[in-house]
Design a protein around this ligand. Structure first.
Ligand SMILES: CC(C)(COP(=O)(O)OP(=O)(O)OC[C@H]1O[C@@H](n2cnc3c(N)ncnc32)[C@H](O)[C@@H]1OP(=O)(O)O)[C@@H](O)C(=O)NCCC(=O)NCCS
Length: 260
C-alpha cells in the first residue's frame, strides 16, 4: 500500500470538499477514500497475479462503499470519488491525477461488452487525462480518451474521445466549450429540452385547431362569426385563439426548471 498517496488523498478531500472537517472524518466517513485504499490492496494483488483474491478484495470494497473498481484499473494520485454510490470503474480504465468523479458514474466497456470473452486482455475502457471532472450519473463508455481538464456534465453519455479542456454535455455527449470558448453557438446547450419544447408547441397548435373545429361542429351558426374573428390569423400567421393553460401543467413545470 502506498501511504504517501493515501495521505495526499486525505489532503485533497479536505481541500476540495467544504463538508470535510478533519482527517479522521475523511477516513471514517468518505466512501471515495475507503474505496481508494481498498483498491490499492486489490491492485497490488492483481499485479502479483492473485487474480481471484484481487477480485474478492475489490468486491468487499464494493459491498462496503457502493463503489466498484476493478482491481486492474489504473488510478492516479489525488483522485477524489465524491459520494461514490453506484460508481463503476472497469478493468482497463485509466484515471489521471487530480480527477474528480461523482456518484453514479460508469467508466465502462461500451460496445466491447457485447464481444464478451473475445475482448479479454484488450483495452476496452476509457482513459481520463489529468484534472478531468465527471459529473454525477455520467456514462463514459469504450476505449476513448478524455483530454486533460475536460469536464463532463452530470447525466451525459460520452462515446467518443474529446480533446483537452472540453466541456461536454448531453446525450450523446457534445463538446460545447473548448479552451474556454463556446463551440457551435447555434446549437443549444440542451438539445433535448429544445426538442421537447418544439414538440410541446406542435401539440398546443394541434389542440387549438381541434378546439376550434369542435366549436364549429357544435354550433356552426354562432361560429361563423367566431370563425372570422378568432380564427383570423394574427400578425405572425398563427390563429389568435389560445387555449388557457395553467402553470401547473407538468410539462411546463419540467421545462421551466424542475427538469432542465
Ligand atoms: C459540466 C460542468 C462540469 C460544467 O461546469 P462549468 O464549466 O462551471 O459550466 P456550467 O455549469 O455553467 O455549464 C456550462 C454549460 O453547460 C450546460 N450544462 C451544465 N450541466 C448540464 C447538464 N447536466 N446537461 C445539459 N447541459 C448542462 C449549462 O447550462 C451551461 O450552458 P450555457 O453555457 O449555454 O449556459 C458542470 O455543470 C457539471 O455538471 N458538474 C458536475 C456536477 C455534479 O455532478 N455534481 C454532483 C454534486 S453532488
Amino acid at each position: 500500500m502506498h501511504l504517501p498517496s493515501i495521505n495526499e488523498l486525505i489532503d485533497t478531500i479536505l481541500e476540495k470538499d467544504p463538508a470535510a472537517r478533519s482527517r479522521l472524518e475523511v477516513v471514517l466517513c468518505y466512501p471515495g477514500f475507503q474505496a481508494f485504499v481498498i483498491h490499492q490492496i486489490a491492485n497490488e494483488l492483481w499485479r502479483n497475479e492473485f487474480f481471484t483474491l484481487g477480485r474478492f478484495v475489490s468486491h468487499i470494497g464494493r459491498v462496503l462503499t457502493g463503489i466498484e473498481i476493478h482491481p486492474g484499473a489504473t488510478i492516479g494520485r489525488r483522485v477524489f470519488i465524491d459520494h461514490g454510490m453506484g460508481v463503476v470503474i472497469g478493468e482497463t480504465a485509466m484515471i489521471g491525477d487530480d480527477c474528480v468523479i461523482y456518484q453514479g458514474v460508469t467508466l465502462g466497456a461500451g460496445a466491447a461488452a457485447r464481444m464478451g470473452a473475445l475482448s479479454r486482455g484488450k483495452k476496452r475502457h476509457p482513459t481520463l487525462g489529468k484534472g478531468v471532472i465527471v459529473g454525477s450519473n455520467a456514462e463514459v463508455q469504450g476505449d476513448i480518451e478524455l483530454g486533460d481538464n475536460t469536464r463532463i456534465a452530470s447525466g451525459s453519455i460520452l462515446l467518443k474521445s474529446v480533446p483537452a479542456n472540453s466541456v461536454v454535455v448531453g446525450v450523446p455527449g457534445r463538446v460545447i466549450y473548448q479552451d474556454g470558448h463556446r463551440v457551435d453557438e447555434d446549437v443549444p446547450a440542451d438539445i433535448e429540452a429544445e426538442a421537447i419544447k418544439s414538440l410541446k408547441q406542435s401539440i398546443e397548435n394541434l389542440e387549438d385547431q381541434f378546439d376550434q373545429l369542435q366549436q364549429q361542429i357544435k354550433d356552426p351558426e354562432k361560429n361563423q362569426f367566431k370563425e372570422q374573428s378568432s380564427l383570423s390569423p394574427s400578425s405572425d400567421g398563427q390563429p389568435s385563439t389560445q387555449r388557457t393553460r395553467v402553470n401547473t401543467d407538468p410539462v411546463d413545470v419540467f421545462l421551466n426548471g424542475a427538469g432542465i
